[in-house]
Design a protein around this ligand. Structure first.
Ligand SMILES: *[C@@H]1O[C@H](CO)[C@@H](O)[C@H](O)[C@H]1NC(C)=O
Ligand SMILES: *[C@@H]1O[C@H](CO)[C@@H](O)[C@H](O)[C@H]1NC(C)=O
Ligand SMILES: *[C@@H]1O[C@H](CO)[C@@H](O)[C@H](O)[C@H]1NC(C)=O
Ligand SMILES: *[C@@H]1O[C@H](CO)[C@@H](O)[C@H](O)[C@H]1NC(C)=O
Ligand SMILES: *[C@@H]1O[C@H](CO)[C@@H](O)[C@H](O)[C@H]1NC(C)=O
Ligand SMILES: *[C@@H]1O[C@H](CO)[C@@H](O)[C@H](O)[C@H]1NC(C)=O
Length: 368
């Protein structure tokens, strides 16, 4: 197998030397490793195996043999060579390149946390900037033993309200609900109060999503080569990695599983149903459990005041392709706007943090 260079989470205490700083006069050869202070992370050359690898330096350029050396040159560039540095490994699983003569933060030249691989570690950031298009996202491995970039990505979408998407090339396979000012709707473990604390920061142009640990456990989010998002928790008592959550978790987690104007509900059979007042667009397909064509309205809406809105609680918002988001208006102003526009079919609250008491309202859509 080909040796690669990267960061590994260690679930054992190896006999390696326990230093967490490598300076310019030192280098690191294949076979040597560096442990972080609390021995949580280990850095070194590796070949894909059972270890949990959280970051790979040379994803696309594996070394051919074990003559590899990591060192830092006089200009402070980290060099990975076939055949020596200010390098610091922190217990956040972050590889930092620092200028030892300057204080932080000015002395921090580069850090691996700014370039996520296929694992989201506490402190890492996923982000999307809608003005520049810049994104910071996870990319899967090609296969279990090939870390070069694979078919799947996990990324933020900030075209309207922030959400996190799991994509196969350009096709959306899974979407969290939109961020409602408090949390991503529909993904229990992405709540701000869970062990793995999810923090979303929004500015006009940019949305950032950061995970933080509330208690000192080792918990990470990974994207597997075959497109499964997993939340892993390391049990220090038994030295075993436990998988907490899989995404997509069930049929209703599959993006747009039931087509337009429908609801997917795992408690029902079939899981797909049309919204009230709507019927399958193609009844034969629907009867054969092919829901892709979705549903259509049975009758045209009466816009002269005859129709009202129906509260649809506990749902993720739909795709929001033809929606407008105005974060500054109230729910009743939103309702008025929708009522006065006959092409408006539904409205919902975009930021629930003012009305937090009513959790139901938080994810409700009002449908005409
Ligand atoms: C190791 O691989 C490099 C090319 O990556 C080659 O130049 C070198 O000769 C190889 N060394 C051995 C001992 O095979
Ligand atoms: C990735 O996509 C390529 C081409 O679409 C396909 O041949 C390959 O099997 C896919 N790999 C995985 C792990 O899905
Ligand atoms: C899902 O279906 C169950 C059983 O029919 C029902 O009690 C529940 O309210 C439904 N959930 C939603 C969000 O509609
Ligand atoms: C479901 O229906 C769509 C639209 O008619 C069609 O393109 C697709 O092939 C069907 N899927 C299956 C599995 O039959
Ligand atoms: C968005 O609106 C356009 C124009 O009204 C319409 O043609 C299109 O089908 C709509 N797209 C969706 C996904 O509703
Ligand atoms: C949501 O509302 C709260 C309270 O009014 C405010 O502090 C926060 O900035 C709002 N969030 C967004 C994304 O507008």
């Amino acid at each position: 197998m080909v040796p690669l260079f990267g960061l590994l989470l260690v679930s054992y205490f190896s006999a390696s030397k326990s230093v967490e700083v490598i300076t310019r006069s030192q280098s690191m050869r294949d076979g040597e490793t560096v442990l972080s202070a609390r021995k949580t992370y280990e850095m070194g050359f590796f070949s894909p195996g059972p270890e949990v690898v959280v970051w790979v330096a040379n994803r696309e350029n594996p070394l051919e043999n074990s003559t590899g050396v990591l060192r830092m040159d006089e200009q402070g560039r980290l060099l990975l060579l076939d055949k020596e540095a200010g390098k610091v490994l922190l217990d956040s699983g972050n590889l930092e390149v620092r200028d030892g003569e300057k204080d932080l933060p000015a002395g921090l030249l580069w850090q691996s946390i700014d370039e996520p691989s296929h694992v989201m570690l506490p402190g890492m950031k996923m982000s999307a900037n809608r003005r520049t298009g810049a994104r910071r996202h996870l990319t899967s491995w090609k296969s279990p033993d090939d870390p070069s970039p694979g078919n799947y990505t996990v990324e933020m979408d900030f075209s309207t309200l922030p959400r996190v998407l799991l994509k196969h090339h350009q096709a959306i396979k899974f979407s969290t609900g939109h961020f409602n000012g408090y949390r991503f709707v529909g993904v229990p473990f992405m709540q701000p109060e869970s062990v793995l604390q999810c923090v979303v920061r929004i500015t006009e142009d940019q949305a950032d999503y950061i995970i933080q640990m509330k208690i000192p456990t080792i918990s990470i989010m990974t994207l597997s080569y075959n497109g499964v998002g997993q939340r892993l928790l390391y049990d220090e008592g038994t030295n075993v990695w436990e998988t907490f959550t899989y995404l997509p978790a069930d049929e209703c987690d599959r993006f747009a599983n039931c087509g337009a104007f429908s609801i997917c509900n795992m408690s029902n059979f079939p899981v797909c149903g049309c919204l009230e007042g709507y019927a399958p667009r193609n009844g034969d397909e629907w009867d054969q459990q092919n829901f892709s064509s979705g549903c259509v309205r049975r009758t045209r809406p009466d816009c002269s005041g005859g129709d009202g809105f129906l509260l649809m609680p506990l749902l993720k918002l739909p795709h929001l392709i033809n929606s407008t988001v105005d974060i500054d208006i109230s729910l009743s102003e939103c309702r008025n706007k929708c009522t006065s526009d006959c092409s408006c079919t539904a409205y919902a609250i975009a930021n629930v943090t003012d009305g937090m008491g009513d959790a139901l309202l938080g994810s409700a859509i009002f449908w005409i």
